[in-house]
Design a protein around this ligand. Sequence first.
Ligand SMILES: O=C(O)COP(=O)(O)O
Length: 243
Amino acid sequence: MFDLVMFDLDGTLVDTATDIANTANDVLESIGYAPLPHAQLRNWIGHGSRELMVHAYSHASGASLDAVRRCAGGDSLMEVFSRFHAQRCGQHSRVFPQVRETLQILLDLGIGLAVLTNKETRFARLVLERHQLQDFFDPVIAGDTLTARKPDPLPVMHCLREHGVEPRRALLVGDSTIDIITGRNSGVRCWVVPYGYNGGVPIRDCAPDRLIDDLSSVARAAQGCDAGSTDSPIQHEETASWP
Ligand SMILES: O=C(O)COP(=O)(O)O
């Protein structure tokens, strides 16, 4: 059914929200601001750690998002984030149920596995290493790996090209509208889990190709045991571009 499965990282493979929120609050407190509620910080996950800090700093300081993005201190703030995250990462984060089992089944079936995350490379590697997941994936495409990130189709196209796989033989598994739009933009099916981070919006309202309970659905489909589903996979455009 698939020759390549690409996975989103945060909210799909690993529940990282608490470590990310704690890190963001460490940074805010280190520069004199009050910590923000975890629920609020969690809603900013999905566009990379820098963008999350842009939102957190803008919210705490009252400066506009654009002003914070333009601010010259962004790089040094991310160095502070990086130092705190090195301590926080892995403290509370957990690999979601059925992830390891599914990855092993897919690997044993000879299916290519990749990570597509908007998180920056150094933080994506840290999460994968802290949870001993790094050896499953090749490549790991992070938010700063290429010239564009999800929902741009470039990361998907890059993976397809590396694996020599056509869009119709690939699957993207994610937790957010960013992943759903990425799938559409690249002509690849996108299945989503219900337990991740989607800016506070229920993912079932975002018209995914398929809503799955957990990753064991991917393993069953790959093993040919997909008994069908009430979900309605999208029709794929014949014109979907081959990378
Ligand atoms: O914004 C993040 O850090 C996470 O991004 P991801 O959901 O694409 O893995």
